[in-house]
Design a protein around this ligand. Structure first.
Ligand code: SAM
Length: 330
């Protein structure tokens, strides 16, 4: 996946003034803080944000935003596939950072009308606003950016689509359930939660999924069923999205490759069901001479399927299947 042109140009402009060496050092320190915080058993301590300055926000733009954009965009694509006639009129993005969810939403749903973004770090708000001025989409240009702390009192109206991407894991464990309830209460139709594709990220998504199910939400993606998650306790449901990276992004990470693979876990729920699917591809398909092995999540649980040329229709489907794809009803 390539970033949309306007976002790529906006990021390049934001990074142009940053010294290369400083950007790399700041990105490395930020990455180190993320690793330490996400590894903590109870989540990060209250009130200790990872991004703490405008230099950090610029480093985030180079080192994380393209990847979070790509993951959110892939998850929104899965929602759109299962809710084909639906376009959100408004978006609420909680813990918006630099607005990756809004940029992705405008690409998936061109008719998105308005957006409200909530963010606690002033440096993220400032840079997010600046990037958004580079878009010609009215939802980005006229977005309302609000300074608020999601673990304190915050209120707004209902929005058709609510997102919290790479945010729950930044909150103390005890604050997550309340926020999930609040986000669902503010959703007019759909709610999307995205976390890193690690066992910890998946544990957060799995807990939120069960909580939302209990609250009457209908699972839209990635799951092909509405029951309790049947994945083994030592496994984790995650997907990957490849995204190309610019020279400035490569520099911030000290990386040579022109792309990166962002691993992510997600759940999307809604108030009414989407189109049904028979299964979701849970791993990159293993292609061997004469056979393709698919790891699938299906309504009856997870299963491995070996597809051979003997079933021509199934073979064609398996040959085109990619990690994360939904398989249509048979
Ligand atoms: C990892 S970033 C993700 C940003 C964006 N959603 C994305 O996907 O790129 C997490 C964001 O959540 C914000 N955040 C963390 N705790 C918050 C809180 N209690 N209230 C509001 N925002 C918060 C952080 O400042 C940061 O900008």
């Amino acid at each position: 996946m390539d970033l949309p042109n306007e976002l790529r140009l906006a990021l390049d402009a934001a990074l142009r003034g940053a010294g290369q060496a400083e950007l790399r050092t700041t990105a490395a320190a930020l990455s180190q803080r993320y690793r330490a915080g996400h590894g903590a058993a109870d989540g990060p301590p209250e009130g200790v944000g990872y991004v703490r300055s405008s230099a950090d926000a610029t480093a985030y733009a180079a080192y994380r935003m393209p990847a979070t954009y790509a993951a959110v965009s892939a998850a929104m694509g899965a929602i759109s596939a299962r809710l084909p006639g639906w376009t959100p009129g408004s978006l609420l993005d909680a813990g918006a950072g630099l607005g990756a969810s809004l940029w992705a939403a405008t690409e998936i749903w061109d008719d998105l009308g308005s957006a409200e973004l909530i963010e606690s770090e002033p440096a993220m708000l400032a840079l997010g606003r600046q990037l958004a001025t580079r878009s010609r989409h009215s939802a980005l240009a006229a977005a309302v950016w609000r300074h608020a702390n999601l673990t304190e009192s915050w209120q707004t109206t209902r929005h058709d689509l609510v997102t919290a991407t790479y945010v729950l894991g930044e909150l103390p464990t005890a604050a997550r359930d309340t926020l999930v309830d609040q986000l669902w209460a503010h959703s007019g139709h759909a709610l999307l939660l995205v976390e890193p594709g690690t066992p910890q990220g998946w544990a957060i998504i799995r807990a939120a999924r069960e909580r939302l199910r209990a609250a009457g939400a209908v699972i839209v993606a990635p799951c092909p069923h509405q029951g309790a998650c049947l994945l083994a306790a030592d496994d984790w449901c995650h997907f990957a999205q490849r995204v190309s990276r610019s020279k400035a992004q490569r520099n911030a990470k000290g990386a040579d490759r022109g792309y990166e693979d962002e691993k992510f876990a997600y759940v999307a729920v809604a108030r009414t069901p989407g189109t049904s699917i028979s299964a979701r591809v849970l791993r990159r398909p293993l292609i061997r001479p004469g056979r393709i092995e698919l790891a699938l999540c299906a309504p009856e649980g997870t299963r491995r399927e070996i597809v051979t040329r003997a079933d021509r229709a199934r073979w064609r489907m398996a040959r085109d299947a990619e990690w994360g794809d939904a398989l249509p009803d048979e």
